[in-house]
Design a protein around this ligand. Structure first.
Ligand SMILES: C[S@@+](CC[C@H](N)C(=O)[O-])C[C@H]1O[C@@H](n2cnc3c(N)ncnc32)[C@H](O)[C@@H]1O
Length: 245
């Protein structure tokens, strides 16, 4: 099945460095299944773990995986679990935990519990939250996670930030509170996406700031200082300049 733009971007950001890849909140398992195919093409032999909390979903998914990805040829497991209960300890090797398509607040709870349960495990996370990107980045910064890659896509008039991060700190790869690479468009088309996303994001925080939301006030201030030189009113020197209205 053809992947959506968002799932395709997530797939493209999965490198061949992992022994265990956890497709958390996998729903129908589209992303994980595409990673099984990618893994086979590249002969990397990672195990893809499909995780969701809904038993019926996992039951149907197990049946389909057995049919289309037989275990003689592919490495996968299904786990009907709450993401906070990931059994990483039971599997040796480098882990990638993918969490996509859930709200940023739920995602923060998942990450918080996973790292508390696995304090000595080297884990990469590939994250694509729905909303709460600023709060999520703030949490990741507070844990001193480091950034490996980030991207911004638009699909069906919605914007998605995708972050590939490590729980290992790296002074040279700090996570920006607003993102950096996501604003550096390399085409006119992507520059329009950046500009529209910026306007939508600022409008959102300005709206909720009116209700006395402190995080929104902080976000507006940080976006303006990170992405613009406030004093002189000049945008930072990106190839395609962002404008503030
Ligand atoms: C919208 S789907 C996301 C599917 C896919 N990851 C994507 O990005 O398109 C959200 C899924 O999260 C699952 N889910 C919600 N809370 C969960 C939890 N605590 N643990 C595991 N799965 C959960 C739901 O059952 C649902 O299948």
């Amino acid at each position: 099945m053809k992947l959506s733009k968002r799932l395709g971007q997530l797939k493209s950001m999965v490198a061949a460095d992992y022994q265990h890849i956890w497709d958390c909140c996998c729903d129908h398992g589209l992303l994980g299944a595409s990673l099984l195919t990618k893994d086979r093409q590249h002969n990397t032999r990672a195990t893809i773990h499909f995780v969701d909390i809904v038993p019926e979903l996992m039951h149907t998914l197990s049946r389909k995986l057995n049919q289309f990805y037989p275990l003689e040829d592919y490495n996968w497991q299904t786990h009907c679990l709450d993401v906070t209960q990931l059994p990483l300890k039971d599997f040796q090797g480098k882990h990638l935990v993918i969490i996509a398509g859930v709200g940023g607040d739920l995602m923060m709870r998942f990450i918080d519990t996973i790292i508390k349960n696995h304090p000595n495990t080297d884990i990469d996370f590939l994250l694509c939250p729905v909303h709460h990107q600023f709060a999520l980045r703030k949490l990741l910064r507070s844990y001193q996670f480091s950034l490996k890659q980030e991207s911004l896509i638009e699909e069906n008039k919605r914007f998605y930030e995708i972050l590939l991060v490590s729980n290992q700190s790296n002074k040279n790869a700090e996570i920006s509170p607003t993102g950096k690479a996501i604003w550096q468009a390399d085409s006119k088309q992507q520059a329009v996406i950046c500009q529209n996303y910026l306007e939508k994001t600022l409008a959102h925080y300005q709206r909720i700031e009116l209700g006395g939301n402190n995080l929104a006030s902080e976000a507006i201030k940080v976006y303006k200082t990170q992405l613009f030189n406030d004093q002189q009113g000049k945008p930072t020197p990106f190839k395609f300049h962002l404008k503030i209205k």
